[in-house]
Ligand binder design. Structure first.
Ligand SMILES: [Fe+2]
Ligand SMILES: [Fe+2]
Length: 143
């Protein structure tokens, strides 16, 4: 199944953010593989923990970058992150208790959310940050 494959179509053109996205897609794919392998519960739990930790690191990173660049759509963007945090908060304990159905539903939700969020909110953030950094670099050059 290829639904967690990162491609250039997901690029936001901020190298650190793209690297993290690639990693998140990869880790979500690992969780999916573990769930579909149907058996090794430790593998599922480890993949889930690793993915959720990487998601939180990634959100914090983007939120820091947006705040330090005084991004005007910060609140809107963070609200989307918070939606995923909230959904994850509901799903994770269920998956941790061994509920396969919840694991599949979480994967379903994640695959849609990641695609939509990177395609719009993260892409808008990327365009803003690139422009902001270009202007900052220009301002730093002596006249
Ligand atoms: Fe984001
Ligand atoms: Fe992101």
């Amino acid at each position: 199944m290829q639904r967690f494959k990162w491609t250039k179509a997901h690029a936001v053109f901020i190298p650190e953010v793209d690297a993290e996205h690639r990693n998140l897609f990869h880790m979500a794919g690992e969780l999916e593989a573990a769930v579909l392998a149907n058996g090794d519960e430790t593998r599922v739990q480890e993949a889930l923990r690793a993915l959720m930790a990487a998601v939180e690191d990634h959100f914090s990173y983007e939120e820091r970058r947006m705040r330090s660049a005084r991004y005007s759509s910060y609140a809107w963007h963070k609200q989307q992150h918070d939606t995923l945090r909230k959904r994850a908060g509901w799903f994770v304990p269920r998956v941790e208790s061994g509920d396969r159905e919840s694991a599949l539903l979480l994967l379903e939700f994640l695959s849609g959310w990641l695609k939509d969020h990177t395609a719009l909110a993260d892409r808008m953030m990327g365009a803003y940050l690139r422009n902001y950094e270009r202007q900052a670099a220009r301002a730093a050059v002596p006249a």
